[in-house]
Ligand binder design. Structure first.
Ligand code: MG
Length: 380
């Protein structure tokens, strides 16, 4: 799901590298019809979905001589992921990933999860349904893949701490005034990782790390208080797990998303990957810093949302989604993102144990509230 985005394209790179191991059953895209057509011609899936219905005719015509069936709309995605597939890689952007991921879980499919917003907005529901359906959720997010790999060495011992590493993003060393004036082009230049626009802005604000903390809490059933964020600008250590004897297990590698993607698809087997390998002598040293909540208030807002629990993380996610979209359209400034998120999570009607309906309602209400704030910001 989400084959034309950054994770989707890198997933197909992995498939291309091991054609004997994978068969693509389904590809879905939001609106990038041209790339979806190219991918369908190369990988010959049984079905493709273009979510934007206005692009359906174009895709259908281009694939008319093939065995691939062409569908439109998110309902088709939710239906087709329950079909004849072994594993569903969920790489949709934002809240839109929740419905189809729940559908795939309901049908008992193994999930390779790149769409962290699903767990941020509805972690308790997703994990509960996965447990009931006996479904494994394999992390694709590099930090969570690292933690997952480190836990292989835990041998059933309790985890004392998770050290979640953060690159610090493009503004790690910038003073606050300079960050405040940063344009989206500056924010979109991530120093280490090549990713989609939304997550790259989330990395620049460090909201991404807050989301990842929530994601880790759910995936590894670890209280947020035991998860520590540490800035590690080189992005070589992808995260670490500490035990009560003080021993720390880390997972390392050159930053390349294809590595966690491939492992999520082939676990526990490790296949060859044509990526850059580590040269420790060339690296010389690795460095670590405390995150700065003053310059990166989104991280503090995420901590706050986790502490309050219930539907507050869903509100955090919705407000951030609206604010980042507005920032990407040059409608608001960098620190307006945290301003809007802060206002929205403070104003949310609290639900301690949200149902799926509560999560969808929170999402809608907060998106509207954030849009109102964005409009007001523009006229002030
Ligand atoms: Mg990550």
């Amino acid at each position: 799901m989400g084959s034309t985005g950054s994770i989707g394209r890198q997933t197909l790179d992995v498939v291309r590298l091991h054609p004997d191991r994978f068969e693509v059953a389904l590809l879905t895209a939001r609106s990038s019809s041209e790339l979806l057509i190219k991918q369908a011609l190369e990988f010959k899936p049984d079905d493709v979905v273009i979510c934007d219905p206005s692009k359906w005719e174009e895709v259908r015509r281009a694939l008319s001589g093939t065995t691939t069936e062409v569908h439109a709309g998110m309902d088709s995605v939710c239906g087709l992921v329950t079909g004849d597939v072994d594993i569903v890689l969920s790489a949709l952007v934002g809240f839109s990933g929740l419905r189809p991921t729940l559908a795939a879980i309901g049908a008992g499919k193994t999930i390779a999860l790149a769409n962290k917003e699903t767990l941020v907005a509805a972690g308790s529901i997703v994990m509960d349904r996965a447990e009931k359906a006996g479904v494994r959720i394999r992390p694709v997010d590099s930090e969570h893949s690292a933690i997952w790999q480190c836990l292989e060495g835990a041998a059933g011992n309790p985890v004392e701490k998770i050290h979640l590493t953060a690159s610090g993003g493009p503004f790690r060393t910038w003073p606050r005034e300079r960050i405040a004036a940063a344009t989206k082009d500056m924010a979109l230049k991530h120093p280490n990782w090549s990713m989609g626009a939304k997550i790259t802005i989330d990395s620049a604000t460090m909201m991404n790390k807050g989301f990842e903390l929530i994601e880790a809490k759910w995936l590894f059933e670890t209280p947020a208080a035991k998860i520590h964020v540490v800035v590690h600008p080189e992005s070589i250590i992808h995260s670490m797990v500490e035990f009560r004897d003080g021993s720390v297990i880390a997972q390392l590698g050159c930053p390349d998303m294809r590595e966690p993607i491939q492992l999520a698809l082939t676990y526990p087997e490790r296949l060859y990957l044509n990526n850059k390998k580590l040269d420790f002598a060339a690296l010389g040293s690795l460095s670590f810093q405390e995150p700065d909540l003053e310059r990166f208030p989104c991280l503090g807002l995420a901590f706050d949302a986790i502490g309050r629990g219930g539907n507050v993380p869903a509100a955090l996610n919705a407000a951030n989604e609206a604010a980042v979209a507005a920032y990407l359209e040059d409608r608001i400034g960098f620190y307006d993102i945290s301003g809007i998120v802060s206002d929205c999570i403070d104003g949310v009607d609290f639900v301690a144990e949200p149902s799926p309906e509560d999560i969808f309602t929170t999402n809608d209400v907060v998106l509207r509230r954030a849009d109102e704030l964005i409009r007001r910001w523009l006229h002030s």
